[in-house]
Write a protein that binds this ligand. Structure first.
Ligand SMILES: [Zn+2]
Length: 278
């Protein structure tokens, strides 16, 4: 009797542990989650020499990489989230030809339908059209938010884009650590500092395709990601390497695909707009 009791207690304990340690498994009856790569978040640049600027060990002499700009729409049941907002429409050379609201209109959506705008980090090529979503709750790493509201803002931040949130016009949630966006484990902002102080990546668990990590600027191209390479302009070298290590190990554990947002070789990992990955 005593033995069977302790065995069933063990069983319950194991079940609880399974539930606690299997975040890759989605609860039954959870809202459907889809992921759409927006058609145009900035005009792809000509191949760029990456050796010195993007590698503080000058690891890639002669390597040229085609950088693309990416932002994404996540649908969670009836709720919508944008992940990054691309280049500004006024950007020289790299401006998107179609605004994000115009692209959303092709999906029969309006900016008011967007509940959350999640920002991987505060640089201009990820925040260019954030002001198009004044009604959305802004989710951004606290380290980056602090760089936006500082008396002397961090380099590369266009503070004016955030006026709606810095003046109390919109809701902002500075994210410390990870953030389970919808509260059911299906969409999680992952704390991956280093490129900037509050840099985050986004884990999206899709029922069909499986989990996907949109990695912001954790690494700009595959060669850096694979070799733990760090651009000289990153905020913190050690944090960058630790964050790459985290994402490599996490994605191995949960068998997730990694999408490097700037690497044009990763564009076709998701269906072409307006189609969504499911
Ligand atoms: Zn970037």
């Amino acid at each position: 009797m005593k033995k069977s009791l302790s065995l069933s207690a063990l069983g319950a304990c194991a079940a609880a542990m399974m539930a606690a340690t299997s975040p890759a498994v989605l609860a039954q009856g959870a809202p459907e989650v889809t992921l759409t790569r927006m058609a145009d978040c900035g005009t792809t640049q000509a191949p760029t020499e990456v050796n010195v600027r993007f590698s503080d060990t000058w690891a890639f002499p002669g390597l040229k990489t085609t950088f693309t700009y990416s932002c994404y729409l996540i649908k969670h049941g009836d709720d919508y989230m944008m992940w990054d907002t691309g280049q500004p429409l006024a950007a020289p050379n790299v401006a998107p030809k179609t605004s994000l609201p115009a692209q959303l209109a092709q999906l029969n959506l309006k900016p008011e339908n967007i509940k959350f705008v999640g920002i991987s980090h505060y640089h201009g090529d990820h925040t260019g059209q954030v002001a198009s979503f004044p009604g959305a709750t802004l989710l951004i790493g606290k380290g980056d938010w602090d760089g936006i509201i500082a008396p002397k803002p961090a380099a590369g931040v266009n503070v004016a884009l955030f006026t709606n949130w810095t003046t109390g016009g919109g809701k902002v949630e500075p994210v410390v650590g990870d953030k389970d966006v919808f509260g059911d484990g299906s969409v999680i902002m992952l704390n991956t500092p280093g490129h900037t102080p509050g840099h985050h990546s986004l884990l999206v668990k899709l029922a069909g395709m499986g989990p996907v990590v949109l990695s912001g600027d954790l690494a700009h191209f595959h060669e850096n990601y694979e070799s733990d390479g760090v651009p000289g302009f990153n905020d913190n070298r050690a944090n960058t390497i630790a964050s790459i290590d985290r994402v490599k190990k996490l994605t191995k554990t949960i068998k997730a695909k990694v999408i490097l947002q700037h690497d044009s070789r990763d564009v076709n990992k998701l269906p072409e707009f307006p189609n969504a990955a499911k």
